[in-house]
Design a protein around this ligand. Structure first.
Ligand code: PLP
Length: 376
């Protein structure tokens, strides 16, 4: 197929059978065998193991991330679990200090009995990773931009360090999305997504995905696939169908998220009531040059701001916003703000005057006006 945009719209299950322009939803949990009772080549057997709607989705995601294969899950967390699960006991993992909260909770909580240790480092500077490597380090987990301070990690440099040390690199590419970053093309072994966010795009489907290329060893890929098909944390055919539909508009949505975010970041960064804007597209961002090098098409739809004043004042601004709704999560067509300190609770490392913004695809003048009135 000529281009990704076209492929995402035109990939199909079996148009020759149904004639349907839109891929049909296959709800069946089981599929017929041949007269001898054998499985039929190219057909599905049982929906936990594979399903036409899920396979279509996995093909599209592998294409989008420039990988060779993908496994979809019922949530981003289940996708992350499949990667940690493949490491084995007594492993050591290196995590970014600014990591999505839930990822660290998986290691702290669910893998305690596996004796998996982790070190948290500031990945804005790749040297910190070299320093943290131990003999049993099996994985470096990257988020770029990170959550919530939009730190940029140099994916190519980090994967070089890891490849030399025979350590896997997995990138949680949820925030950037494959529209802006393709970690596999930069050398990473594994990409993970919460498809709940930009890939779903409408805040109405929970899901996750793991995507990899030829660089990943076959037994690791198999371990992830086994975790999916035997473990059974799979998305329903309907969720896959919806997500396939979301991908048809992925490129137009992302272009609008990007242009809106860039304009809003410019507006906020010169506003007298704003102390700081964390957005990798701004030239004063700590790693703007690395972002420019490794991100394509722009710098994403996410940013965080520090509002002058204390936590109470920050929450007051959030409550005055009318178009931006105050809710956790991101990547939907609607704009959201999230006060991370209250969202994350007692373990939060966020400062009290930080507001995270997921810029939607509404009219940009409405978004700017909304912040102007809330800050006034
Ligand atoms: C939301 C999110 C996750 C977890 O995904 P779920 O679909 O909620 O399980 C993981 N990483 C990042 C960066 C996220 O934003």
């Amino acid at each position: 197929m000529a281009s990704l945009e076209t492929a995402l719209i035109h990939q199909h299950i079996s148009p020759e059978i149904s004639g349907a322009v839109v891929p049909p939803l296959v709800q069946s949990t089981t599929f017929c065998r041949d007269p001898k009772g054998d499985f039929i080549e190219g057909r599905d057997i049982y929906t936990r193991a594979s399903n036409p709607n899920r396979r279509l989705l996995e093909n599209k995601l592998a294409l989008l991330e420039k990988g060779t294969d993908a496994a979809c899950f019922a949530s981003g967390q289940a996708a992350t679990m499949s990667i940690f699960h493949s490491l084995g006991q007594n492993s050591h993992v290196i995590l970014p200090d600014d990591i999505y909260y839930g990822t660290r909770v998986i290691l702290e909580n669910l893998y305690k009995n596996w004796n998996i240790e982790y070190t948290v480092v500031d990945m804005a500077n790749s040297i910190n990773i070299e320093k943290a490597i131990r003999p049993n380090t099996k994985l470096v987990w990257i988020e770029s931009p990170s959550n919530p301070c939009l730190k940029i990690a140099d994916i190519a440099t980090i994967t070089d360090i890891c490849t030399q040390n025979r350590i896997l690199t997995a990138v949680d590419n949820t925030w950037s999305s494959p529209y802006f970053t393709n970690p596999l093309a930069l050398g990473a072994d594994i990409v993970m997504h919460s498809t709940t966010k930009y890939l779903g795009g409408h805040s109405d489907i929970l899901g996750g995905a793991v995507i990899w290329g030829d660089k990943l060893e076959a037994d690791k890929a198999q371990s992830i696939k086994d975790y999916q098909s035997i473990g059974g944390g799979v998305p329903s055919p309907y969720d896959c169908w919806l997500l396939n539909r979301s991908l048809s508009t992925f490129f137009v949505r992302m272009a609008k998220h990007n242009s809106n975010a860039a304009e809003l970041a410019n507006f906020l960064s010169t506003h007298p009531k704003i102390e700081r804007v964390y957005y990798p597209g701004l030239v004063n961002h700590q790693n703007h040059e690395i972002a420019k090098k490794q991100m394509t098409n722009g710098f994403g739809g996410m940013m965080s701001i520090l509002i002058k004043g204390d936590e109470k004042n920050c929450l007051a601004v959030a409550s005055k916003l009318k178009v931006f709704q105050h809710a956790t999560s991101l990547g939907g067509v609607e704009s959201l703000v999230d006060h991370r300190r209250t969202a994350e609770g007692v373990h939060s490392v966020s400062v009290g005057n930080l507001l995270r913004i997921s810029v939607g695809i509404e009219n940009i003048e409405d978004l700017i006006e909304d912040f102007a009135q809330a800050l006034s």
